[in-house]
Each structure stands twice: as structure tokens, then as C-alpha cells.
Design a protein around this ligand. Structure first.
Ligand SMILES: [Zn+2]
Length: 387
């Protein structure tokens, strides 16, 4: 009888996870290519791939290119092994998607929010999620998890500690949703979820140093350093919307004043004195497209203020790529030029080298897709290892 020690089991688990994530990210791949990419020997790869095939997480299909001899079978990640629900809670809107394990949206549902009372929001969330669960295709694992992106600070237990734009403090959202649906739930700050969405499915694949700026009802940033999400000492990093950009500026709901999001997010629409023809981004985008002068002027000012905050972030973090996501990414045509021109004028010259600023390829869906991705990673038992 072979006795497996704890260490052997752990090593096997780590190797299996490395193989699974290599296939998930880069398939189609042959076993030989997996062995080459992971540095694991062919026997180990074959054994663990056989386990992954038996678990229906990996499938093999027709022969691939051969360099002579028998043609190899090609491995694929089985994105249809299960499905996940991604949810984004915004100040005025709730969006939920049903995704396969590869981040492909199968169905989408949304509703507007009239209040931020917890029972009301929970009921709306439950309704959307239930509808998507009912629509889910039959898969080996079924619904493997629910991921939620929220506009606020979240601790490691899925408790929303503070969401000033919702008026929420210490809401144990994970426990509430797990009690309702009996599947694992992950709760992320919406900007962190958006950064993960971009990194895995959007504009930032294979980027090592990324700043994802989510600009919508407020501003938050997802910070990726060395390919990993940076959360800070307690998990609250990225509250960039509350960095002061005006020393004697307007008072903010966070208790400070002159915060960035008061000048460069949808919060600017609330200023009654502004002669705007509408107060939501989709409506203003339509007005801007029709050339309405007040909207054009307002988007130009917002773009400049976005540029000021982005400059501060570039000078602090020296990223390779900045992605602007969130609801305001739909206004790229009018925000992009003033933003880039302020950054070009103000950023330190060395930081500008090889820096790219782009708007989200996932549009306003980056967060729901990223929230679903967190649930996928939880299901696949993501293990951090340094290769
Ligand atoms: Zn603030």
C-alpha cells in the first residue's frame, strides 16, 4: 500500500492546478506543449490530465499537428463543465449575467434600483439570479458559484464594510446570498472585479502592471501588480475616487473634500446649476452624438478631470496599461481626447514611455464578467504558486 503524505498530496494539488490553469488560459494545447510550458515531466502531465478529463474539466479532441510520428490529441478547457452567475450592483442599476466557465455570456438580465434599502436590493438580486439559474444549460457541475461586484470596500469574508454611495455599512452580503442559493458566493469591490475581467477576457490579457479605473456613479481602481490583484494590508486598496484633487474642493460623502469622483464621475450630473439636457450617461451620450454643446463641454471638462487623477496614478504606479472602464467608458469618443491630452501634459516624462491608455473592450460589462470570473476561480480552487 502506498501512503501519500500531506506534502505529496499538496504537491500534486499544486501541479494539477498549474496544468488546469495553463489549459484554461492557453488551450488548445497538446500534452507535449503543456509539459513544455509548465516544466512538468510528461508522465506527470499525462496522469494529471487523465484526472482532469475524468472530472470533465478538460476534454480532448481530434489530432493536432505532429512533428513526425503519431499525431497528438489536443486538450481543451471544458468551459461548459458548469456555469456561474456574475452580478454588478450599481447605484441605480443591477445587472446579472449567466456565463460559462470561460467568461462567455449566455444570458443577461438587468433592472433599475429605486432604493438602497437592503431588503429591497436583496429581493431584486434574488429575482435576477433565480431567473438566470432557471435558464442555465444542463452541465456536469451546474451553477458552481455566484460572484458579485459592489461599489464599496469588501473584507476577505465577503462583508461589505463601507459603500458610501449605497449608504451601506457592514452588510454580510456573502452570507445572505449563500443562505438563499446554497452555492459558494464571492463578493468583490467592483473595480477589482473589473480589473480581473480585463486581465482575463478583455484589453489587458498578459499585462503585468495594470490600472483599471472604473468610472461610473463613483470612481474606484483595480490595481494589478506583477500580474496579481493588489488589495493592500486589509483589502481596501484602490479607493482612488476619494483622493483629493482640489485642496478646498466640494464636500464628499466619505467625510473628506475635493475627492476625484466629485469632478470626474456621474456625480457631476447632480450639480443643479449645470445646464445639461439629461442626467444619465446613456442619455448624455446620445446628446453628445447629436452635437449638443452643453453636453460636449461637460464631457470635455470631465475628461480633463479624469486625466488629472489618471496622471496621479501613473506617477504613483508606473503601469504598462491603463484601462478606463465602467459606465463612462461608453463616452470614450468625448472623454478620450481631453483625458489623453492632460496626461500628456502632466505626466512625468519617464512614466509616459510605452504607457498605453485605453477604454474597456468589455464596455460597461467588465465588472459582471469579472465578478463571474472570481466565482470560477473559487470553483477551480485557484492556488497561488510562484513558478
Ligand atoms: Zn470622498
Amino acid at each position: 500500500m502506498v501512503r501519500v503524505t500531506g506534502d505529496q498530496a499538496l504537491v500534486k494539488k499544486i501541479n494539477k492546478s498549474i496544468i488546469l490553469h495553463t489549459i484554461r488560459k492557453y488551450s488548445p494545447l497538446s500534452r507535449a506543449k503543456v509539459s513544455e510550458m509548465t516544466g512538468l515531466n510528461k508522465a506527470t502531465v499525462s496522469n494529471l490530465v487523465a484526472e482532469l478529463c475524468a472530472q470533465e474539466l478538460v476534454t480532448e479532441a481530434g489530432p493536432g499537428e505532429s512533428s513526425g510520428g503519431r499525431k497528438p490529441l489536443i486538450l481543451h478547457f471544458n468551459a461548459m463543465a458548469g456555469s456561474v452567475i456574475g452580478v454588478e450592483l450599481r447605484v441605480k442599476q443591477l445587472t446579472a449575467v449567466l456565463c460559462d466557465l470561460g467568461g462567455r455570456i449566455l444570458q443577461e438580465q438587468e433592472c433599475s434600483l429605486e432604493s438602497h434599502q437592503l431588503p429591497y436590493v436583496l429581493e431584486a438580486m434574488t429575482k435576477l439570479i433565480s431567473a438566470l439559474i432557471a435558464a442555465a444549460p444542463a452541465t456536469p457541475y451546474g451553477i458552481v458559484g455566484i460572484g458579485v461586484g459592489v461599489p464599496g470596500m469588501v473584507d476577505e469574508h465577503g462583508v461589505v464594510l463601507f459603500a458610501p454611495n449605497l449608504g451601506w455599512e457592514t452588510v454580510d452580503l456573502r452570507a445572505l446570498l449563500e443562505a438563499e442559493f446554497a452555492v459558494p458566493v464571492t463578493i468583490d469591490n467592483e473595480a477589482n472585479a473589473g480589473a480581473l475581467g480585463e486581465l482575463n477576457f478583455g484589453a489587458a490579457r498578459d499585462v503585468r502592471h495594470l490600472l483599471y479605473v472604473s468610472a461610473g456613479s463613483g470612481i474606484g481602481s483595480g490595481i494589478i501588480i506583477e500580474g496579481e490583484l493588489y488589495k493592500g494590508a486589509r483589502g481596501y486598496a484602490g479607493e482612488t475616487g476619494h483622493m483629493s484633487i482640489e485642496a478646498e474642493g466640494k464636500p464628499c460623502s466619505c467625510g473628506s473634500q475635493g475627492c476625484w469622483e466629485l469632478y470626474a464621475s456621474e456625480k457631476t450630473y447632480d450639480t443643479p446649476a449645470l445646464p445639461l439636457p439629461a442626467r444619465t450617461t446613456p442619455e448624455l451620450v446620445a446628446h453628445a452624438a447629436a452635437g449638443e454643446p452643453n453636453t460636449l463641454s461637460h464631457f470635455n471638462t470631465m475628461g480633463e478631470y479624469l486625466g488629472i487623477g489618471v496622471t496621479n496614478l501613473i506617477n504613483s504606479f508606473n503601469p504598462q496599461l491603463i484601462v478606463i472602464g465602467g459606465a463612462l467608458s461608453e463616452a470614450e469618443a468625448w472623454l478620450g481626447e481631453p483625458l489623453r491630452s492632460v496626461v500628456a501634459k502632466r505626466t512625468l516624462p519617464y512614466h509616459k514611455q510605452e504607457l498605453e491608455i485605453t477604454f474597456s473592450k468589455l464596455g460597461s460589462r467588465g465588472t459582471v464578467i469579472g465578478a463571474g470570473f472570481s466565482a470560477v476561480m473559487h470553483f477551480l480552487g485557484h492556488i497561488r504558486v510562484t513558478l
